[in-house]
Design a protein around this ligand. Sequence first.
Ligand code: CO8
Length: 258
Amino acid sequence: MYENLIYELKNGTAFITVNRPKAMNALNSSLLDELYSAFSEAAGDKNVKAIILTGEGKAFVAGADISEMKDLTAIEGKAMMVKGHALMNYIESVGKPVIAAVNGFALGGGCELAMACDIRIASEKAKFGQPEVNLGIIPGFGGTQRLPRLVGAGMGKYLIMTAEIISADEAYRIGLVEKVVPPEELAGTAEKIARTIAEKAPIAVATAKSVINLGFSLDMLTASQLELEACTTPFSSEDKFEGMSAFLEKRPAVFRNR
Ligand code: CO8
């Protein structure tokens, strides 16, 4: 059982809802642990085909918990950052699609959490930002690296150095989110995307996710070679035979994750 989040499985999609609305869903140490456990639960459950991460109330996640961080020494703070990094890296390594349904404030560690997901869908009410320099620190859950990779170095530096909070539309304009929808359509849109991906060949989806993520830290030649090596996994799967047969036989494919 979880104290700070809600875990639900609906039609093959695991919904992980951060649930500390009184503190704007701020990430304290135990919530970081619980999120790691919830993602492990979803990763290990063969009934889960996709994962949707969202927040309860006004916030998606308004950052790391400032009241917990305030009195931490640098060493203790680093330990918390290690925990945050482990969570973000784990989300990226889960071999299932992870969609952030950003319902409200995604600030600091919350923006970093959304960026660790594969796809970000935002409510029109969502707000994004990395306001750490207001607090005398820098983004510490991977934001200095993931934000520039998503929006470019100049815009990444602009957002981190000015601490500006931006609207969902602006986040869409700069490529930080993939879609903006009215609040009442957020869950449905995220679910529809989750279902669409879940209908594809799972080994192909997982391999594509992994190659895209790993490729960012490699030079082009090595990254291309990584793609060449990785493509043998889906290419040798039963699902490849099924997908191609289904196309030629003009019928829908039935993938079995083999
Ligand atoms: N941590 C702890 N409590 C928070 C946080 C937070 N990040 N955000 C909001 N709260 C609390 C408020 O203190 C308040 O508590 P209380 O009711 O007891 O006074 C409650 O949530 C409601 O918040 P507000 O009254 O402020 O609500 P508003 O609607 O007026 O404002 C905002 C909402 C804009 C989200 C505002 O609360 C805010 O600016 N929050 C802080 C945002 C922020 O600075 N986030 C970055 C944090 S730093 C970070 O994430 C770094 C991550 C990596 C570093 C790791 C190092 C260990």
